[in-house]
Design a protein around this ligand. Structure first.
Ligand SMILES: [Cu+2]
Length: 182
């Protein structure tokens, strides 16, 4: 959206034949404001990254981290090496939908009201990251799901993960495996 507007504006300048167009390519170093027409790629900072020790009974793992950026960006995908897990996905915890889909719960539960804390998780396509606002991926919220772990995540180990952002590109981090949040 933004780039389209910029393109339109540039086109307007060109059709008017203004000589000031040349200023766009030359000096963009002086300004302290963030309204530059052609901003550099956002500076992404990842902190507090960790993955939970995975019980032997599951082949799924979860990783958490906090993302800060100095310009709006979008987390598009996450990836880990095939030696760690078959796939990494961005997940979000959401309330279980209040519908009849829970009819298959165990026999004998007499209650009619649903446990309001019932949550499920779903894959999300992307997460917008806003400048100056920390985006926390944490238990009970957004998280990174590792699908089909090759082997359990053991406390004390670590693995590499690559976050791909729309503007900033790829950011590689090392994720330590911990029993609980750092
Ligand atoms: Cu998940």
């Amino acid at each position: 959206m933004k780039t389209k507007i910029q393109r339109l504006a540039m086109g307007a300048l060109l059709t008017l034949g203004l000589t000031t167009v040349t200023a766009c390519s030359g000096s963009d170093s002086a300004s302290d404001t963030t309204v530059a027409t052609n901003p550099p790629a956002p500076m992404i900072t990842v902190s507090g990254e960790w993955a939970r020790t995975s019980p032997a009974a599951t082949d799924m793992g979860a990783a958490y981290l906090t993302i800060n950026t100095d310009a709006d960006d979008t987390l598009q995908s996450v990836a880990v090496d095939a030696s760690v897990a078959a796939m990494a996905q961005i997940h979000e915890m959401v309330p279980v939908e209040n519908s009849m889909s829970t009819a298959s719960t165990m026999a004998g539960s007499p209650g009619t009201t649903m446990d309001s804390s019932a949550m499920t998780m779903k894959e999300v396509d992307h997460i917008d990251v806003k400048a100056g606002i920390a985006l926390e991926l944490k238990p009970g919220s957004y998280h990174i799901m590792l699908m089909k772990l090759v082997k359990p995540l053991l406390t004390g180990e670590s693995f590499k993960m690559i976050l791909t952002f729309a503007k900033a590109g790829q950011v590689e981090i090392t994720v330590p495996v911990l029993e609980d949040a750092p």
